[in-house]
Design a protein around this ligand. Structure first.
Ligand code: ATP
Ligand code: MN
Length: 464
C-alpha cells in the first residue's frame, strides 16, 4: 500500500477506505481495551489519531509503541468521534520500524530550549522545532519566489574568498598548510604561495562585492547562501555561520532601495501568514502571544524612514526626559541595540529604516552624500530584533571610492578587480543584506538565533 502523509489524511472527506501512515509516536494513552496513538510524520504540526483495539494485537508489539518510536500503521480512515480531530485511523496492522529505546530524551512534558540545544540531533521532532523548520523552508520559498517574480537572477557567489568584503567581520581562514609544520617567508610569516590557492583565503563574510559584478551585468541579482563571521559575539542575534540574502540592483537610488527593502520583507511576512497558519498559531500560543499580531502589524504599517541625525535627536530628547540607556549616545556613534529598539518599539512603534549614517561608522563602499559627512546606508530596524537588514547605495565613482579607500588605509591592491568595475562602464547601483535567521526569528517569535537554524555554529560549539 502507498503511504499517505498526515497532512493529506487530515484533509480527507472520504471515509471507509484503507490507508497506510508512517511516523513517530508523540503519545500513547488509553485503557486496557483501547489505545490512542498520536502519530506525527513532520508533514504538519498536527498528529493523526490511531485507534487500537488492544485485544487484536500482540502485546509485545504494543509495548514497543512508546513516545519517539517510529511505526507504520495500516487501518481504516474514519470520521473521528472525538472533538479534537476530524479523522482517525482504526488500526488493522502495526509494524514498529524503530523502537525508541529506554533513553529517548523527549518526553511529553515541555523541555527548555537549552536542553533541546544539547539534543539538537532530535529536537526537530518537537512541535516547536518542527514548526520553526517548516516556516524556515517557507521563507526560503518566499524569497526565491519574490525575486524571481520581480526579475532578479539568483547568483551564486563564492564561499571561499581571497578578499575581505569591507572588513565586515572577523574571518575564518581556509588553508591546507600543515599548521604543525608551517612553511615560512624570510620575515617569519606563513608562506601562502605554498597554500592551496597560492594566497591567503577565508570563508566569505558577504557575497556583496561579487554580487555587484552580477548586478552590473545582469541588472538585478540576489545571492542566498551561507556566510561566516568569526566574531566572538555570544548574543542571541549572532551566529558564526548564518545565511544571508543579498540583492544587488543596477540603476537604483536610495529611495528605490528603501522601497525594495520594505516590499520584500512585507512579502515574506505575508507569505508566512498565508502559508504557515497552523505553525504560526502553535507558536503564537506556546512561544509568544503577540506573534501574529506583530506580523500583521508589519505587513500593514508603512516603515518610518529616518535620517540618522534625526534619530540621534530623538534619543537625546528621550534622555532629557528621563530615559536611561546603558551606552552613551551622541552624533557619530554607532547605535546600540537598546537605542534601535527604543526608536522602533517605544518611539515610533513601527519598523524604521534608518539612513544617512556618519561615514566613519559605515563601510568604504557606501555612496557619500553631498555633505561629505554622511553616506547612503540603510539599516532596517525591527521590533524585538533590531537590525534585520543592512544595505546601501554603492559609491560608483572611481575617484571617490579610491579616496575613501586611501583615507581608511585599506590596501587597494586586494580590491583591484572591484575597482575595475568603476572604470569599465560604472553605473549607480544599490543593494542590501538580510540575515535569513534574523527574519526567521521575527517570523517565529523565537528568542534565540540558535533555535531557528537546524544546527547552530557559535563560539566553542560546532556539535552535530
Ligand atoms: P550587527 O550589527 O547586528 O552585528 P552587521 O551590521 O555586522 O550586524 P551586516 O554586515 O550589515 O551586519 O550584515 C547584513 C545582515 O546580516 C545584518 O543586518 C543581519 O541581519 C545579518 N547578520 C550580520 N551578522 C550576523 C551574524 N553574526 N549572525 C546572524 N546574522 C547576522
Ligand atoms: Mn549592518
Amino acid at each position: 500500500m502507498k503511504r499517505t502523509k498526515v497532512i493529506d489524511l487530515l484533509k480527507a472527506t472520504e471515509f471507509g477506505k484503507n490507508v497506510e501512515v508512517k511516523g513517530w509516536v508523540r503519545t500513547k494513552r488509553g485503557s486496557k481495551a483501547v489505545n490512542f496513538i498520536a502519530l506525527n510524520d513532520g508533514s504538519t504540526i498536527k498528529n493523526v489519531q490511531i485507534v487500537v483495539d488492544v485485544a487484536n494485537f500482540d502485546e509485545n508489539v504494543l509495548k514497543q509503541v512508546t513516545t519517539g518510536a517510529c511505526i507504520a500503521v495500516e487501518g481504516v480512515l474514519k470520521e473521528s468521534q472525538g472533538s479534537e480531530q476530524s479523522v482517525e485511523i482504526q488500526c488493522v496492522k502495526i509494524e514498529v520500524l524503530g523502537p525508541a529505546g529506554d533513553d529517548y530524551p523527549l518526553q511529553k512534558k515541555g523541555h527548555t530550549m537549552e536542553f533541546l540545544r544539547e539534543h539538537a540531533n532530535i529536537r526537530m521532532r518537537t512541535n516547536t522545532f518542527g514548526a520553526v523548520m517548516r516556516i524556515r523552508h517557507n521563507m526560503a520559498m518566499a524569497i526565491h519566489t519574490f525575486f524571481h517574480e520581480n526579475g532578479f537572477f539568483y547568483l551564486n557567489t563564492p564561499i571561499i574568498t581571497a578578499s575581505d568584503a569591507e572588513g565586515a567581520g572577523q574571518m575564518f581562514q581556509v588553508t591546507t598548510l600543515d599548521l604543525n609544520n608551517l612553511p615560512k617567508n624570510e620575515d617569519g610569516k606563513p608562506d601562502y604561495s605554498q597554500d592551496f590557492f597560492g594566497s591567503q583565503t577565508n570563508l566569505t563574510v558577504s557575497g556583496q562585492l561579487e554580487g555587484e559584478l552580477g548586478a552590473t551585468a545582469l541588472g538585478a541579482i540576489y545571492t542566498f547562501g551561507p556566510t561566516f563571521r568569526a566574531e566572538n559575539s555570544n548574543t542571541p542575534r549572532h551566529l558564526a555561520e548564518f545565511w544571508m540574502v543579498e540583492p544587488e540592483i543596477a540603476f537604483y537610488d536610495l529611495n528605490d532601495l528603501m522601497d525594495l527593502e520594505e516590499k520584500f520583507i512585507k512579502y515574506c511576512v505575508r507569505w508566512a501568514l498565508d502559508n504557515c497558519k497552523d505553525d504560526l498559531e502553535f507558536l503564537n500560543k506556546m512561544i509568544d502571544k503577540t506573534l501574529i499580531e506583530r506580523l500583521n502589524h508589519v505587513v500593514n504599517e508603512s516603515f518610518v524612514r529616518l535620517p540618522y541625525t534625526e534619530g540621534i535627536k530623538i534619543l537625546e530628547e528621550a534622555i532629557k526626559n528621563g530615559k536611561k540607556f546603558e551606552f552613551p549616545i551622541s552624533w557619530g556613534v554607532d547605535l546600540a541595540s537598546e537605542h534601535e529598539r527604543y526608536l522602533v518599539e517605544e518611539h515610533f512603534k513601527k519598523p524604521v529604516i534608518m539612513i544617512d549614517y556618519p561615514k566613519e561608522i559605515k563601510a568604504f563602499y557606501m555612496k557619500m552624500n553631498a555633505d561629505n559627512k554622511t553616506v547612503q546606508g540603510t539599516d532596517v530596524l525591527f521590533p524585538a530584533i533590531g537590525e534585520i537588514i543592512g544595505g546601501s547605495v554603492r559609491e560608483e565613482s572611481y575617484q571617490k571610492l579610491e579616496n575613501r579607500i586611501n583615507e581608511l588605509n585599506i590596501n587597494i591592491d586586494s580590491y583591484n578587480w572591484y575597482m575595475e568595475t568603476r572604470k569599465w562602464g560604472s553605473c549607480p547601483h544599490a543593494g542590501f543584506g538580510l540575515g535569513f535567521e534574523r527574519l526567521i526569528l521575527f517570523v517565529t517569535g523565537m528568542q534565540n538565533i540558535r533555535d531557528v537554524i537546524p544546527f547552530p555554529r557559535t563560539p566553542k560549539n560546532a556539535a552535530f
